[in-house]
Design a protein around this ligand. Structure first.
Ligand SMILES: [Zn+2]
Length: 276
C-alpha cells in the first residue's frame, strides 16, 4: 500500500491527496511538503511531476543548490564578450578620419549621452560599422557580470556591443536583426539591465551610467524588436477568427437546410466558438 510519502516516510493525509496524489513516474507518492521543497528548486515538478522518479527528486534535493544555480545561469548564457578580428574593416588613414568625423556627428545629432569612459570604444566604431551604417541609438553598457565597460548601439541591421580596454584589442559582439527574437528590460537597484534574446542565447548588459537614458534606449529598441512579434502573431490570430466565422456561417446554412438538427447545430457552434 502506498500511503506513505516516498521521501520522508510520513503517512499521507487527506490534504496530501486532496488535489490528486503527487504520483511519481515510478509509482511512488510524495507528501505536499516534500513536493513543495522539491518544486522550490525546480518548478517543472509542479506541472510534470509524473515525469520524475523518486531518485530524480532525491538527487535534486541533494544537489539542489548546484542544480538550481546551473539552471539560472543557463538562461543568461556564456556572457563573455569575444574578441573581434575577421570582421574588422580595413581603412586608410584618411577614410578612418572621415568616418570617425561622420560618426561623431551622428552621435551629436542623437544627443548621445555617453560617459567619458567610452572614448576608446567610439574610436573603434569606424572599424566596426559599415561605411553606410548609421547609429540609431547608443548607450554606455557592459556585459553583465564582467568588468568590461563599453557601449551598446543599434543600427538598422543589428545591435552591437563594443568594449575596448586600453592596450588590448576591442571586443565586439554583434546581434543581427534576423537573429534577435526580442529584447527585455530588468529594473534593478544597482543598474537597469537590457537583455537581448537571440535564437541561441540570451545576453545581458548592465547600464550604470544613466538609468533614465538606459530606459529610453530600451524603449527605442523594444519598438524595433518587440513589434515584430506582435505583428507576426496578430494576422495569424485574425485568420483563425475569420475561418471560424466562415464555418459558423456554413453551420447556420446547414441548420436552415435541415441537414443539422438544432442540437447538432448548438454543439458544433459551441466547439467553433471555443476556437475564437
Ligand atoms: Zn514527504
Amino acid at each position: 500500500m502506498n500511503n506513505h510519502c516516498g521521501l520522508c516516510g510520513k503517512e499521507l493525509t487527506s490534504i496530501d491527496t486532496m488535489l490528486g496524489e503527487n504520483k511519481l513516474s515510478d509509482g511512488n507518492i510524495i507528501c505536499n511538503s516534500c513536493l513543495e521543497k522539491a518544486s522550490a528548486m525546480n518548478e517543472e515538478l509542479l506541472s510534470d511531476l509524473h515525469r520524475f522518479s523518486l531518485k530524480d527528486i532525491e538527487n535534486l534535493l541533494q544537489n539542489g543548490e548546484i542544480t538550481q544555480e546551473e539552471t539560472v545561469q543557463e538562461n543568461i548564457a556564456e556572457n563573455l564578450p569575444s574578441v573581434a578580428d575577421s570582421e574588422h574593416n580595413v581603412l586608410s588613414k584618411d577614410l578612418y578620419k572621415k568616418r570617425l568625423k561622420e560618426i561623431k556627428k551622428q552621435l551629436e545629432s542623437l544627443r548621445a549621452n555617453l560617459s567619458l569612459f567610452t572614448k576608446g570604444e567610439i574610436k573603434e566604431l569606424p572599424y566596426v560599422l559599415d561605411l553606410d551604417e548609421k547609429i540609431l541609438a547608443i548607450i554606455d553598457a557592459q556585459f553583465a557580470k564582467t568588468t568590461d565597460a563599453g557601449i551598446l548601439l543599434v543600427t538598422p541591421k543589428r545591435i552591437i556591443s563594443v568594449s575596448k580596454a586600453m592596450f588590448s584589442p576591442a571586443k565586439v559582439n554583434e546581434f543581427l536583426n534576423d537573429n534577435i527574437l526580442e529584447v527585455s528590460f530588468v529594473k534593478n537597484f544597482v543598474s537597469p539591465n537590457i537583455r537581448i534574446h537571440t535564437k541561441e542565447k540570451t545576453v545581458e548588459f548592465e547600464s550604470f551610467f544613466n538609468k533614465d537614458y538606459a530606459e529610453d534606449f530600451y524603449h527605442f529598441i523594444s519598438k524595433i524588436y518587440n513589434k515584430e512579434a506582435t505583428k507576426a502573431s496578430s494576422p495569424e490570430q485574425n485568420t483563425v477568427s475569420e475561418s471560424v466565422l466562415e464555418q459558423l456561417e456554413k453551420l447556420g446554412q446547414l441548420r436552415e437546410n435541415g441537414i443539422l438538427t438544432e442540437e447538432e447545430f448548438t454543439s458544433q457552434k459551441k466547439k467553433l466558438l471555443e476556437k475564437l
